[in-house]
Design a protein around this ligand. Structure first.
Ligand SMILES: [Cu+2]
Length: 466
């Protein structure tokens, strides 16, 4: 049923994650005085399911050679400058947003709000310094449902020189595809689903493969980085065959690593695990999605070589990122209601309109990328603390993503365990939560649902930090 590929995992440095990108030369690292990494958005043909070759898949290639597979895993270093030049080889405007990176506003990749559109044949230079280490990702912010749905989602690993060394690292870009007969793309959404939980893909992949198998050192400690880059699907992650510890969520280390039981994570979110491989060569560990009634395999890890006989207690903690804590004694409260909305005329957009309005934040529907933005949700003062009082008044989960700023979930009527600071909260049906943040980054920062149909039919807004 599934196309299985095996790739040898080399022991040692973080560079090994490149082994798990498709094709050659797909890992790229920033340097102190970086020459820009060329990222060319382009069309390729790719085999994604078992039913033929899909034409006009969108991906990013590096350098001059045509791309051969999924967008590269981009590797950066915390506190070191990074630069990339986006070349648009598509037939429509695009941009790149660096999801979760707290960088300067002008580099945030939102057309009309932070930068001009990048038209076909044109380029745009991005340059910034990531302040946090962890797992992040990148994607366009223009005609997003189609461009992401057709392939433009890639993983970013920001390394910290103080990171503990693991025996292996595996990076997994987790997403679906909406393909029909012969592997052709289906319409990216169905309106009745966009007005509910979202439209699901038909083919589920990890690193653009169905149920890939990776070798990992027997008895070794493996760092697994997963990014949910799908436009719709919420995953419930679990393992079979080995215990795993959760060490980071959404780019920030957890204060105390905890055993992975079943963990929900939605579009835009990331999970980092450490798992200890079994000692016996050939033994497999499965990463699976346990959401719903029929669990399925995301990827399989197979123990290779003589056992390294590591102990999971050998694991050293990840260094924390410099995220400021809100001062709750002076923080201003900002209510944010996430609701369905009555039908409005959708605003025209160069970045594609879905033609419907189903959702709103504080009663205002906006797709997040039109020429004529709505007023900000609130104007924040640089350096001040705020508490966002978020309320999901719908029966659906919404992964709500904030650009440029990290926040901490202070309390919630739906959860007992609170994650580390994050850029995305998977707001559960009827959840009410308070999110603390310090407005420490100047500019206009989008807040939107990362079920892209929800964003593009109104669940989007922005804060102005001045
Ligand atoms: Cu949503």
């Amino acid at each position: 049923m599934s196309a299985i590929s095996r790739r040898t995992l080399l022991k040692g440095s973080a560079v090994t994650a490149a082994c798990f990108s498709l094709g050659a030369g797909l890992s790229a690292r920033s340097r102190a005085a970086p020459s820009p990494l060329l990222l060319k958005a382009q069309f390729i043909d790719a085999r994604l399911g078992n039913d033929g070759v899909t034409r006009k898949v969108m991906t990013y290639g590096t350098g001059d050679a045509a791309a051969t597979g999924m967008p590269p895993v981009i590797r950066m270093r915390k506190g070191e400058p990074f630069a990339a030049r986006l070349l648009n080889g598509l037939d429509e405007p695009t941009t790149i947003h660096w999801h979760g990176l707290r960088i300067v506003n002008a580099m945030d990749g939102v057309p009309e709000m932070t930068q001009p559109y990048v038209y076909p044949g044109d380029s745009f230079d991005y340059a910034f310094t990531p302040p946090d280490a962890g797992t992040f990702w990148y994607h366009p912010h223009c005609n997003t449902l189609t461009q992401m749905g057709h392939g433009l989602t890639g993983v970013i690993v920001v390394e910290d020189p103080a990171d503990p060394v693991f025996d292996a690292e595996i990076v997994i870009n987790l997403r679906d595809w909406r393909l029909g007969n012969g592997g052709a793309f289906l319409a990216p959404f169905k309106p009745r689903d966009a007005a509910r939980g979202g439209t699901y893909g038909t083919i589920r992949t990890a690193n653009w493969q169905q149920e890939p198998v990776y070798d990992a050192p027997s008895g070794g400690l493996v760092r697994v980085r997963l990014a949910a880059t799908d436009v719709t699907r919420i995953y419930t992650l679990g393992t079979e065959g080995a215990a795993a510890m959760v060490i980071a969520l959404d780019g920030n280390p957890v204060e105390t690593p905890f055993p992975l039981d079943r963990l929900d994570f939605g579009p835009g979110q990331r999970v980092e695990l450490v798992l200890r491989m079994p000692d016996a060569e050939g033994t497999v560990v499965r990463l699976g999605n346990f959401r719903g009634s029929s669990p399925w395999t995301i990827a399989t890890l197979r123990a290779a070589g003589a056992s390294l006989k590591r102990d999971i207690r050998d694991m050293k903690p990840l260094p924390a990122n410099p995220v400021l804590e809100a001062d709750l004694s002076v923080a201003e409260r900002i209510p944010l209601d996430f609701t369905a909305t009555a039908e409005h005329a959708p605003a025209p957009s160069i970045c594609g309109t879905l033609g419907y309005t189903f959702w709103a934040i504080n009663k205002v529907p906006w797709p997040g990328d039109t020429l004529d933005p709505v007023a900000p949700l609130s104007e924040l003062k640089l350096g001040r603390s705020y508490v966002l009082q978020v309320r999901n008044r719908t029966p659906h989960a919404h992964p709500i993503h904030l650009h440029g700023l990290s926040f901490r979930i202070l309390n919630s009527n739906k959860r007992t365990i609170l994650p580390p600071p994050t850029d995305t909260i998977l707001l559960l049906p009827d959840e009410q939560a308070e999110l603390g943040l310090v407005a420490d980054n100047l500019g206009d920062w989008l807040l939107h649902c990362h079920v892209i149909e929800h964003q593009k039919t109104g669940m989007s807004g922005y804060f102005r930090v001045a």
